[in-house]
Design a protein around this ligand. Structure first.
Ligand SMILES: *Cc1c(COP(=O)(O)O)cnc(C)c1O
Length: 215
């Protein structure tokens, strides 16, 4: 499945979302050349990073909620963070990184594309201020661009029509002028539309690993 997916997505970066998947299945993809893996839970990230410490060049991307009491462990184990939503999270992450002597951690601002209260992220209007804060006040962080988890209805529409919804295109325009201009958008069900909309990174779980074994 990896080779087929890679041939479809060309130069777009593939983040293999390994939440709820075993270290053995991660080894399986690693053996096929995959190096970038995404995790949502700090405890799982730490356990897997430790279990797989023998694999060189593994790159862990944290894509979960940044609870303030867990940010330190994120700083310890992740090589990249895509879910920054506030100046406070950025400051705490930067401060923790400083403690580990780490600098220039790649980060993305997480956008709440449908203003869904149950999801984290800033709205599109909030992006420039947070971007400025990260760039001016957090030298430990290297801002790459934007990440979004669109509302279900929006990704369903993208899937059904095969075309990027209007909101994806607005997101892309803003991503272009944020940090290094990257856009992390698209999951198993809507990555084709996300790539059409200009995604530079896609985050794929089930389409790579199959269904998650437990939730
Ligand atoms: C779980 C998850 C994914 C992957 O979802 P799939 O539908 O399994 O591809 C991508 N991004 C985030 C933030 C996730 O939590």
């Amino acid at each position: 499945m990896l080779a087929e997916l890679k041939s479809k997505i060309g130069s777009v970066r593939l983040i293999a979302v390994s939440k709820k998947q075993s270290p053995e299945s991660i080894r399986g993809l690693y053996a096929q050349g995959q190096r970038v893996f995404g995790e949502n839970y700090v405890q799982e990230l730490q356990e897997k990073a430790q279990a797989l410490a023998d694999l060189p060049d593994l790159h862990w991307v944290y894509i979960g909620v940044l609870q303030s009491n867990k940010i330190k462990r994120v700083a310890q184990w992740a090589q990249e963070v895509q879910t920054l939503s506030s100046p406070r999270e950025a400051s705490l992450l930067a401060q923790s990184l400083r403690g580990y002597g780490k600098t220039q951690l790649p980060v993305y601002i997480c956008v709440n594309l449908g203003d869904e209260p149950q999801k984290g992220g800033v709205d599109l209007q909030g992006v420039p201020d947070l971007a400025r804060f990260i760039q001016e006040s957090c030298p430990e962080l290297a801002l790459q661009g934007l990440m979004a988890i669109p509302p279900q209805a929006m990704s369903d529409e993208a899937h059904r029509t095969g075309k990027p919804p209007e909101a994806y295109l607005r997101l892309r325009e803003l991503a272009k002028v944020t940090g290094a201009g990257k856009l992390s958008l698209g999951m198993s069900s809507d990555y084709e539309a996300a790539i059409l909309a200009g995604a530079t990174d896609i985050r794929i779980g089930t389409a790579l690993f199959g269904k998650r074994p437990y939730t």
